[in-house]
Write a protein that binds this ligand. Structure first.
Ligand code: GRF
Length: 200
């Protein structure tokens, strides 16, 4: 794909291990026009902070009250952030941030929205619910963020087959593989102005 026309500085918001964050960092390392300018994390000791240190990317650990009140907008502006990637970020994004970055926040969800989304549907909860319902498929959803949980326009979905021996852990592994394959290239498409497509 052609490189990004207008240079963009991304912030990655993550709460956990950060394997998706690492993939995104690696993907854009050699690409002109995209810079990962900040890692935002809400959890002291989260693996993603080690990644930030290793990659020499500035990071902040945020608090909930301030996040909900002002979305750390000043910090994002200080780092010239144009676009926000939620890569395993567990807090709902407040309206103040959605309004400041309209159509410029993307999330990845480890299931096929609109099912298995919303409050409480994160991590193993999602995969356990999918298996308990006897679903034959699950997958990933990459979507733009609005101020409702797991709700904005879907950009891309990819499915994976569920087999009878799947556990929440094995399903999580399958889903992670899809996430690692598709998230960064889809972010690049969005940055290039290629709009939502649902491509199962
Ligand atoms: C991913 O499965 C993502 O879909 C979900 O949280 C997980 C984060 O994994 N929202 P990691 O921290 O990127 O490894």
């Amino acid at each position: 794909m052609s490189s990004i026309i207008h240079p963009k500085t991304l912030a990655i918001f993550a709460s956990g291990k950060g394997s998706n964050a690492q993939k995104i960092i690696d993907y854009f390392k050699d690409k002109a026009g995209v810079n990962i300018g900040l890692i935002v994390c809400n959890k002291e000791g989260a693996g993603v902070l080690q990644i930030a240190l290793k990659e020499s990317i500035p990071f902040i650990v945020i608090g909930k009250e301030q996040f909900n009140r002002e979305g750390y907008l000043n910090t994002l502006r200080q780092h010239d952030i144009d676009f926000i990637v939620l890569a395993g970020f567990l807090w709902k994004v407040p309206s103040v941030l959605v309004n400041a970055y309209p159509g410029k926040i993307v999330n990845i969800h480890p299931a096929l929205l609109p099912t298995y989304g919303g409050k409480g549907m994160y991590g193993m909860n999602v995969h356990s619910a999918v298996l308990a319902a006897g679903e034959l498929k699950s997958g990933i959803t990459i979507h733009m963020v609005d101020d409702k949980y797991d709700h904005g326009a879907i950009v891309l979905q990819k499915t994976v087959d569920i087999t009878p021996d799947d556990t929440p852990e094995t399903l999580a592994d399958k889903i992670h593989l899809l996430e690692h394959q598709y998230f960064a290239p889809t972010i690049e498409k969005i940055l290039n102005g290629i709009g939502p497509e649902v491509n199962k």
